[in-house]
Design a protein around this ligand. Structure first.
Ligand code: DHE
Length: 581
C-alpha cells in the first residue's frame, strides 16, 4: 500500500485553485486550513460580494471608511474569505473574525497577518502579490467593523423574482423535436452563465440557454422532460426539453448564493416537486415541479450535530432524491446533519434529522440506489445513509485527504464485489468502499482497497455499469500534464495489489493552442460506450469537450464551438435522472 515518490507529489494548489476562481482561505491558524487543495477549494461568495451593503452602525473607535472602500472590502471578503470564515464572520472551517477578536488584536496585527500569512496556514496575501497594499489596508480596517448583514430571502422576496415564462397549459402536450432526449448532455458553460444542450449521438449543439451567474449544476425531472439548472447567484432555470427548441419555461431566485437543485423521483411523485438549497441565506425551498412556484422554505440555522452549539449559517450542500421513499436528502454542511425531507405532505412536513459529520459536501448513490454516500470533506470521511430506513449506516474514514467524489463511481470489483469510489483533493488516492452488506457483508462500509492515481487535486471519478474502467481526473493539480490528463484503471486489474493506470492525454488530443486548460468531470453517454471530458480553459480562450471510446480508450471526437465557453460539468439526461454512475 505504498505510493512511489514520483506520484506522491507535494501539493501547492492555492494558485491553481485561484486560477479557477476558487477562493483560498484568508486568516486563522488551524490544521485543516493550509495552502493545500483541500483548503483552497472553498466557496467563493461572488454574488454576495457584488451586493451594495450598508456600513453597519458606527461605534466609537470604528475605522473611517468610505462606502467605496467598504464595497471593495465586501467584495474581497465574500469572494475570498467568507467561504472559510462564514458570511457573518462567526467561523466555518476557518476561525471566527468577529470584532471582539479583531479589535483585540488591532489594525497593525491584522494588516501584517494578511500581508505575510503564517506558517500555520494563513496565505501570504501581500507578499504573494494576490492583494495590493491598499487592498490589505482596506481589509484590515474592514474586519474591525461589525460584520455586514446580507439580506434574508423569504417567501415575499422569492415570489418577486418568480416568473412563469410559458404556463403549463401553453406548453406542448407531446415532444415537438426529434432530439433523443435521454442521450442529451446539459453542459455547464461556467463563465458565460449558460448551458449548452449537446446531442449525445452526433455532438450537435441543439441550444445554448442563458442561466444564472457562474452556473453550477443541472438535474433532470424524473420523467426526463424538464431540466433544472442552478447558478451560484441562486437563479433556477426550468427548461422544457419537449419544445421545438428547448427553452426556459420558469425561473426563480431562491437566495443570494446557492449550489444545489433536485427533483422528486419517488413513484407517484415524479415531476411533482423541485428543491433548491442555498449557501446564503442558509435554507432550502420546495417548489412546484411544473412552475417553480415556491411552496415551503425551511431554514437550516440551528445546532451542530455533536457539540450542539448554535450555527448561524449552515450551508446546504448536495441534495438527492430518494428512490425508496418520498424524501429529499439534504446535506447541511456546517451542522453535519443529513435531513430526510418527507415531501408526501408538505403542509405537515416531516423531517428526519440524521447525525452524520461536519462539512458534508458532495455524494451519490451506490449501485442499488438504496444507500447514499456523502463526503464530509474536511473530516476525511464518507457518511452512508440507508435511504430505505432513513438512518445512518456508517461513517467511513477514507484514509485520504479531503474526499471529493462528485456523485462517485460504482464498480464491480473482481475481489470485493460492488464498491463505490471517491478520489481526493489533497492527495492521489482513490478509496474503494464496499457497498453490498448482503452479498459481501465483511467488506460493507469499509475501504477495501486504495488506488494511487496521478496526483492530488482530483475532483471527480466516473464509471458506468457497462464499463470496464474507472476514470480519475485531477483538474486542480499544479502540474499541467496531470491536470490536462486523466488516469484510467481497468476493473480487471483491481485484483492485483497495486494496479497500474493508463494516462489519457486529453488536452493534447483537444489540440488547443493557447492557455493551460484543465480536464474536468467525465460523464458517460446513455449507452455507456463513450465518456466525455471537459477541457476547461480561460474564458477568452478556446475550450473543448473530448469524447473517449470506453472500450478502446482511444479518442473518438473533439467537440469545439465558439459558444463552448468554459465548459465544466456535464449531465447526461438518462444517467442523471436515473442516478447511473
Ligand atoms: Fe461544485 C457539485 C459546491 C466549485 C463543478 N459542487 C457540487 C455540489 C456542491 C458543490 C455542494 C453538490 C451538488 C449536488 O449534488 O446537489 N462547488 C461547490 C463549492 O462550494 C465550490 C467548492 C466553490 C464555489 O464557490 O462554488 C465548488 N464546482 C466548483 C468548481 O469550481 C467546479 C469544478 C466548476 C464549476 O462549474 O463551477 C465545480 N460541482 C461541480 C460539478 C458538480 C458539482 C460538475 C456536479 C458533479 C456531478 O457529477 O454531479
Amino acid at each position: 500500500m505504498k505510493p512511489t515518490p514520483a506520484i506522491r507529489r507535494t501539493l501547492l494548489l492555492t494558485s491553481a485553485a485561484m486560477a479557477l476562481g476558487l477562493a483560498a482561505p484568508m486568516v486563522a491558524a488551524q490544521d485543516s486550513h493550509g495552502s493545500d487543495a483541500g483548503a483552497a477549494y472553498q466557496p467563493s461568495m461572488t454574488t454576495l460580494g457584488a451586493l451594495n451593503l450598508e456600513i453597519p452602525g458606527r461605534r466609537e473607535g470604528d475605522p473611517v471608511m468610505t462606502q467605496e472602500e467598504y464595497n471593495i472590502g465586501n467584495k474581497i471578503y465574500f469572494e475570498r474569505c467568507a467561504g472559510c470564515h462564514g458570511v457573518l464572520r462567526k467561523g466555518a472551517t476557518g476561525k471566527p473574525l468577529t470584532t471582539d477578536i479583531t479589535r483585540d488584536v488591532g489594525y497593525e496585527y491584522l494588516r501584517d497577518f494578511i500581508t505575510y500569512g503564517s506558517p500555520a496556514g494563513m496565505p501570504n496575501w501581500g507578499t504573494s502579490g494576490e492583494m495590493s497594499e491598499e487592498e490589505i489596508d482596506i481589509m484590515a480596517r474592514y474586519i474591525l467593523l461589525d460584520p455586514a448583514s446580507p439580506p434574508e430571502f423569504g417567501m415575499a422576496e422569492m415570489r418577486e423574482t418568480w416568473k412563469v415564462l410559458v404556463a403549463p397549459e401553453d406548453r406542448p402536450t407531446e415532444k415537438m423535436n426529434d432530439i433523443d432526449i435521454d442521450n442529451l448532455f446539459s453542459v455547464t458553460l461556467r463563465d458565460s452563465g449558460q448551458v449548452a444542450l449537446i446531442d449525445g449521438a452526433n455532438y450537435k449543439i441543439h441550444a445554448v440557454i442563458d442561466t444564472g451567474y457562474a452556473v453550477h449544476i443541472s438535474r433532470i425531472s424524473a420523467s426526463g422532460r424538464y431540466l433544472f439548472v442552478i447558478g451560484r447567484d441562486a437563479l433556477v432555470n426550468m427548461i422544457d426539453l419537449w419544445m421545438e427548441t428547448p427553452a426556459t419555461v420558469a425561473q426563480i431566485k431562491v437566495g443570494s448564493e446557492a449550489r444545489s437543485i433536485e427533483t422528486s423521483k419517488f413513484k407517484g411523485f415524479e415531476d411533482k416537486y423541485a428543491i433548491a438549497g442555498s449557501y446564503w441565506p442558509p435554507q432550502y425551498v420546495i417548489m412546484d415541479g411544473d412552475t417553480l412556484e415556491p411552496l415551503k422554505i425551511k431554514s437550516t440555522r440551528g445546532m451542530v450535530y455533536d457539540d450542539q452549539s448554535y450555527h448561524p449559517e449552515p450551508r446546504v450542500a448536495s441534495i438527492v432524491a430518494s428512490h425508496f421513499n418520498p424524501e429529499f436528502i439534504v446535506n447541511v454542511k456546517e451542522t453535519g446533519k443529513i435531513l430526510m425531507i418527507d415531501y408526501s405532505d408538505i403542509k405537515n412536513l416531516k423531517v428526519t434529522e440524521i447525525e452524520a459529520e461536519r462539512f458534508l459536501h458532495d455524494g451519490g448513490f451506490d449501485s442499488s440506489k438504496r444507500y447514499f454516500l456523502v463526503a464530509a470533506n474536511a473530516r476525511g470521511k464518507v457518511a452512508v445513509v440507508d435511504t430505505k430506513d432513513s438512518t445512518l449506516t456508517a461513517l467511513v474514514e477514507t484514509g485520504g485527504q479531503t474526499p471529493h467524489p462528485g456523485r462517485g463511481a460504482n464498480l464491480m470489483h473482481p475481489t470485493y464485489g460492488p464498491v463505490w469510489a471517491t478520489s481526493h483533493l489533497g492527495d492521489e488516492t482513490v478509496a474503494l468502499i464496499g457497498t453490498d452488506p448482503e452479498g459481501h457483508p465483511d467488506n460493507a462500509w469499509k475501504v477495501v482497497q486504495t488506488l494511487y492515481a496521478q496526483g492530488g487535486g482530483s475532483l471527480f471519478v466516473k464509471s458506468h455499469p457497462t464499463s470496464e474502467h474507472l476514470y480519475v481526473d485531477a483538474p486542480l493539480n499544479p502540474d499541467a500534464e496531470i491536470s490536462g490528463s486523466v488516469a484510467v484503471f481497468k476493473l480487471g486489474d483491481l485484483a492485483q495489489e497495486e494496479p497500474e493506470y493508463t494516462v489519457l492525454p486529453i488536452v493534447e488530443w483537444a489540440e488547443i493552442g493557447e492557455g493551460q486548460p484543465r480536464v474536468v468531470q467525465g460523464e458517460f453517454n446513455q449507452e455507456g460506450n463513450e465518456i466525455w471530458f471537459s477541457v476547461w480553459n480561460a474564458k477568452d480562450l478556446e475550450s473543448a469537450i473530448v469524447v473517449v471510446d470506453d472500450k478502446t480508450l482511444e479518442l473518438k471526437a473533439v467537440i469545439k464551438d465558439p459558444r463552448l465557453i468554459t465548459p465544466t460539468g456535464k449531465f447526461n439526461v438518462y444517467n442523471t435522472r436515473s442516478d447511473v454512475y
